[in-house]
Write a protein of this length. Sequence first.
Lengths: 293, 369
Amino acid sequence: MKVAYYKGCLASLSAKELDSSTQALAPKLNIELDELDAVTCCGAGDIHEAEPDYYLHLNARILAYGEQTGADTLMTICNVCTLNLRQANWQLKNDDELRERVNRNLETVGVPPYSGNIEVKHLLWLIAEGDGYERLKEVAHKGLKGLKVAPFYGCQILRPSKLLGFEDPDRPHSLEAIIDACGGEAIDYPAKIKCCGFPIIQAREATALGELLQPIEQATEAGADAMVTPCPLCHLSLDAWQSKLREATGRDFHMPILHLSQLIGVAAGLDDSELKFKRHVVSVKPVLDKLEV
Amino acid sequence: MTEPAAHTWEGPTMDVTLKIWRVDGDGERELKTYEVEAPEWACLLDVLDIIKDRHDGTLAYRKSCRMMICGSCGMRMDGRAILACKERMKPIVDSGHVPVISPMGNLPVIKDLVVDMSPFWQKIRAVKPWLDPGYDEASERERVVSQQQMNVIRKESLCIMCGCCVSECNAMEADPDFLGPAALAKGMRFVGDARDHDEIDRLNSLNDEHGIWDCTRCYFCNERCPKGVDPRDAIAKLGAESIKEGIDHDLGAKHAKWFVTSAKTTGWLRETELVPKTQGILGALKETKFALALARRGKVPPPGPIHVAAEVDQARALYNLVKEQGRDGALGIVQGERGLARIEHVEAEGARRDASEITSGEEPPPAEG
């Protein structure tokens, strides 16, 4: 299946390992990536809050270029991109008058108009749809050797379910099923659907760390060897800001945090040059030792 | 416990099993199971009434209108805040699931399912929830407000102040002083009211430390609101109105504005500059040790040639074009509400609630408010 691949900001910058592992994994999952290059940031919720009309136009432009690839699906690898693009997509698809105005503006600056014919889906959903789990069992031939993995969904792939709606926002199951299909053991804990604090980690660090503590503490107490997340912002918060939790609480969790594409990738036998675990702040070595990689 | 009286309902009945967290005045708590017969049309509130009338008169909960207007019966079912009068029990009974009922979160528990709403009301009062028309004497002619003007606060006006949004607010769990989704949505209801003349003072006050920029965008409030207020969207409207009026001293506002600058100059987020642009040079220097630790892992792209998106001049031209068209501030969000209101997939296939085994949420989280 060919998809328009929108990788977003973080996978181009601080989370390059997410992009490289996604690019390496996609062919194994029969996903052909047509990468969009003439696109911008989705606004990450910030442009929606600062200049909402500009947010809508930027996202319309991304959707328009996605549609130009001829694919039915625009694939995201970030929760925040997923929500921002899906929200704009609903607004444009369901309101002809609004779409016509936005299209006039797009055409004025040389962007093809958006006709409303592309669906925005996260990589997680593409894997979890149809016979995805069955296919995964073949792809993940190296397995996870019973590794105890705590799934961390993050907010904007679940809520608001009106705009996302892939699974039960309170009892999601897609990550657990993927962990299971790859030969790991999914760890359950209440904070798996809660916020990592990232959107306010610069403006309100103490509050953000208060949020971040919950999932890491609960996953640790539940005996997780690692956590996995479909969102690079959650990843940055859980991985890079873990050292700040040590300063704030005196506790050192040493919890390795994996991107979804890395977890499946390591089970599928991808190379370290593709997985790039050395780019993590918290060492992934205990996981790799356990998997004998 | 006395023997329950025979039922008096017309029509078919069902056997309902519930677990309820009972909390006494000293904070001692116990998960008690109740099995009662109820008519098939019963909602959770009806079942609680049956328990109280016929099985255990000591059960405490709030109720009044029974029709989703008064906002009294907010509580949690399986860890999510709901109105007891809105939850039909038949599908739950049919699935064989035994729901766990507990009090709302982020508010102190008085007894059983009754929480102390005082912190909630204090925050509502703090946003001055009344109109300030800017004159003392009424004019002789009526002041006509257009439908378009009222559309700005259509959703915010639906709030029944039940507290379901506050119950699950993740930012409030970490910062109990956060004004929170209900009070901020109420704030927007007056900031956006064309008849109010106190917008700037209101916005300045809502930009204080525990205001707009405390919101962590977890979207639990939009998910829980039983009336479609979408408090998170109301908070975004307040942010947009603040920036439109030049009220941008908060780190949150500076953070948001940097994304706009990034998009129109390079297309992608200029991540390396985000910290100094948000926190200022001094704030950034305090973070030097932390930044170096990240830089060692390639998490901080080195300064130098900035990664520029192809055709970024289009993004810049779009910015100039939309600024000329003047849909600044809340209007930029309001214009999208019509499309969002037409989403029809929710009932049919979206928001599936299909897992009968409860894991998360059975244990009510601490609710010290």
